[in-house]
Unconditional design. Structure first.
Length: 760
């Protein structure tokens, strides 16, 4: 019901639905807040209103967020509204911080002491490895990291060891999941420790088994507010529901169309079924957008309408004008980087701030081409939410192997690869190597060759070290005949690095493998290993510590909650976005989450949004003809401006799809209720559904695969050519398929003829 209150200055500046959300204080409330609709303003005003009208003391309000940053921002905003009273709000924080505070008070109920330790991921893996070894299992076959992921998933779902079903029990070590989960929990209790998953699970167990504790907090918390409710997992939902069942004064804020974290355990079903779980819920839709132009909003709304699992809302704005969303079809990945670089330089000349420009990618491996291009043209950039490509751990590991091959005296590279991946060589052996190297005045790699002929190391360490040095010598010989790309692929396989990541079976490991694949692809542009390592050194020297304006490069996931004037969205092709791995692993549910991710990406744009797709893309080192993402076909045509640099024009970027190609088409037949809920845009989406393998484009649009697969016979000294990286130049000398070219801006370079095109 609506509470009656005198005029409140807290309501100034709020629109009608926001005011309704502030004043509806009693009973369950679902604030369905679209992108850019001012949900934080409404939530903080509601919290301040409850305190200022004496409906509850600050200590009687539970307000949970997902990040420390969001909690700090909310505390600061509320502090401006209610002053010092905000200091009396001990229960405003993240889920984990609130749970940790509760657990300190009741730790003995789960067999812990109040001074328990919260262990991090490294400590967790160390404990699990000890348990695996103690039980006689091969840790390489059943990695600790895989077990950690299983346990994290079980805790996110609120499951204790005795609650695992047969399928979950089989998910580790052929039916030993429950056994190791039990051993792990017992070991943590003996250490008076818990992991992050325990913070929530222990509180849930206490609430379930100690009714007096649950009743105590049901009485204490007169109001419960939850931000980003679409990102809650099962255990968070369960303990919130237990706390809120009696008073039922729970207000959750979220957007089902922005639920993009299922891989972290988030369940979009929590927000979709909120009205059923809390009967009598008042749903308040915040639909007025204060961020984007009408065409951007219309394009995003038309796209997300193809999803069946959503509550539905329509974003609108009072803004007028603005550019339509642009969709640009280009030839290949390198041209994509050049085109975006050119567009950003044009925006900069027109006075746009680089700090307000963003490139949002689906996967981190996509950033490499942009980094190389921007360094070549002197465009400042920053990588947000991750390392720059050549700074990532797996890339640095691979580069260390390559540096040691190129330069045997590189002791820093030797130290990095010495026990990476794990091969049983410890710190004591490395210390002895250092002593031997100093005494003989030789680099570590030579000391390693010499020390294996002595008794200074244990026999097992000597054998392992000898095998490593033989491998390094083999790779050094291989570097004389193989291309740099062939070399790195071979050594990553032979040293066990690829197998190590494959054994992890985690989303992070899959992304790291993609990065290594992209590294090998990047090396294909270089004739020698030395040339490539020199290039990397120049890239790494591009110091990003200065305070100049920079273009932001980040993943779509990391961009949630942010906004930029100009947003570029590259790589919108089937298999890249939507991600092939996501579709293979999650089917229709993953497809809908990928579409929500597309919606999030588009709605980050305030003024301009540009989508790019390439007719050709190198996937796992091979040129592949690509077809545009199905999401492009789902954009409402009236709000999209189409452009193509490809032969055949716009017809190439709107692929033709049929239901027989779509592995999800049965949903339309088996679930007509879902078809009806999709709205008018669904027919177009269904007609352009998923093709499990990229189709071959018309001959005129074939990729550089055919162009690069054989030596060119149509170039000679004096021919004007174009190179993707170095630009235009004239061939000065030729030896077989090797060319020396005088480039207009890059000077003389030696390149393979397959990497140049005849200049028009």
């Amino acid at each position: 019901m609506m509470s009656v209150a005198p005029p409140d200055p807290l309501l100034d500046g709020l629109n009608a639905p926001q005011r309704d959300a502030v004043l509806t204080t009693e009973g369950p409330v679902l604030m369905l807040a679209g992108a850019g609709t001012g949900k934080t303003a409404a939530l903080t005003a509601r919290l301040a209103h409850i305190v200022r009208t004496r409906l509850a003391w600050p200590s009687e309000i539970l307000c949970v967020t997902f990040t420390n940053k969001a909690a700090r921002e909310m505390r600061e905003r509320v502090g401006h509204m209610i002053g010092p009273a905000v200091e009396g709000m001990p229960w405003l924080g993240t889920f984990h911080s609130v749970a940790a505070k509760l657990l300190r008070r009741h730790a003995e109920l789960v067999g812990l002491q109040s001074n328990y330790t919260i262990i991090d991921t490294d400590d967790q893996l160390r404990v699990l490895k000890q348990l695996i070894v103690a039980e006689g299992l091969d840790e390489k076959r059943f990695p600790a990291r895989q077990l950690a992921q299983c346990i994290d998933r079980w805790k996110n779902r609120g499951l204790n060891p005795d609650q695992l079903d047969a399928g979950e029990n089989e998910s580790y070590a052929n039916g030993k999941g429950r056994q190791f989960y039990t051993l792990y929990q017992a070991r943590l209790k003996a250490l008076n420790a818990c992991d992050f998953g325990d913070l929530l699970l222990h509180i849930l167990n206490i609430f379930r088994t100690h009714r007096e504790v649950l009743d105590q907090y049901r009485q204490r918390f007169k109001y419960i507010m939850v931000d980003e409710y679409q990102d809650t997992n099962q255990v968070q939902y369960l303990w919130l529901r237990l706390l809120a069942q009696e008073r039922r004064n729970i207000c959750v804020v979220g957007d089902d169309d922005q639920s993009i974290y299922s891989w972290r355990g988030a369940e979009v079903a929590n927000i979709l079924r909120f009205e059923k779980n809390f009967l009598g819920t008042k749903v308040i839709r915040l639909e007025q957008n204060y961020r984007s132009t009408p065409d951007i909003l219309a394009a995003a709304s038309g796209l997300i309408a193809a999803n069946s699992e959503r509550l539905g809302k329509t974003l609108w704005t009072e803004q007028n004008g603005g550019d339509r969303l642009r969709v640009i079809g280009i030839w290949d990945g390198p041209e994509e980087a050049r085109r975006i670089g050119d567009e950003i330089e044009r925006l900069e000349r027109e006075g746009a701030s680089l700090d307000r420009v963003a490139i949002l990618v689906r996967a981190q491996f996509q950033t490499r081409e942009f980094e190389d291009r921007f360094i070549a043209i002197g465009l400042n950039y920053r990588i947000v939410g991750g390392f720059r490509f050549y700074e990532r751990a797996e890339i640095r590991d691979a580069l260390a192997y390559l540096r040691l091959i190129a330069q045997p005296s590189d002791d820093l590279a030797f130290e990095r690869i010495y026990n990476t991946p794990k091969r049983g060589l410890g710190d004591k052996s490395l210390e002895k190597l250092h002593r031997h190297a100093r005494a003989r005045g030789v680099p570590l790699s030579l000391a390693a060759v010499e020390i294996v002929d002595t008794d200074e190391l244990p026999a097992r360490a000597r054998g392992t070290l000898l095998a490593l040095m033989r491998d390094v010598a083999h790779w050094r010989d291989l570097a004389k005949s193989a291309s740099p790309a062939e070399l790195v692929r071979t050594l990553l396989d032979e040293c066990g690095y690829t197998a190590m990541l494959q054994a992890e079976k985690s989303p992070e490991a899959a992304g790291r493998l993609e990065n290594l694949t992209e590294l090998a692809r990047a090396m294909e542009e270089y004739e020698t290993l030395g040339d490539f390592l020199e290039h990397v050194s120049l890239v790494m020297d591009n110091d990003a510590a200065d305070e100049t304006e920079k273009v932001t490069i980040m993943t779509m996931h990391a961009a949630k909650g942010l906004e930029f004037d100009n947003v570029f969205l590259p790589g919108w092709e089937e298999g890249v976005f939507p991600s092939q791995r996501a579709l293979d692993e999650g089917g229709l549910a993953s497809l809908e989450e990928e579409r929500r991710l597309a919606y999030v990406a588009i709605t980050r744009a305030r003024r301009r949004c540009t989508i790019l797709h390439a007719a050709n893309r190198r996937i796992y080192g091979q040129w592949t003809s690509s077809i545009p993402s199905r999401f492009i076909a789902e954009l409402p045509p009236g709000h999209v401006e189409q452009e193509s640099t490809l032969s055949g024009g716009a017809s190439l970027w709107r692929a033709q799809w049929t239901e027989r190609d779509d592995p999800f088409a049965h949903v339309a037949r088996d679930r007509p209720d879902r078809v009806q809920s999709r709205g008018p845009g669904w027919q177009r989406a269904a007609a352009q559904s998923y093709d499990p393998a990229p189709r071959r484009l018309p001959e005129a649009t074939r990729s550089a695969a055919s162009f690069a697969a054989k030596p060119r016979g149509d170039v000679s000294v004096g021919t004007r050519v174009f190179h993707e990286k170095f630009g235009y130049g004239v061939i000065a000398a030729q030896e077989g398929n090797k060319l020396e070219i005088d480039f207009e801006t890059a000077g003389r370079k030696r390149v393979i003829d397959s990497f140049v095109k005849l200049a028009g």
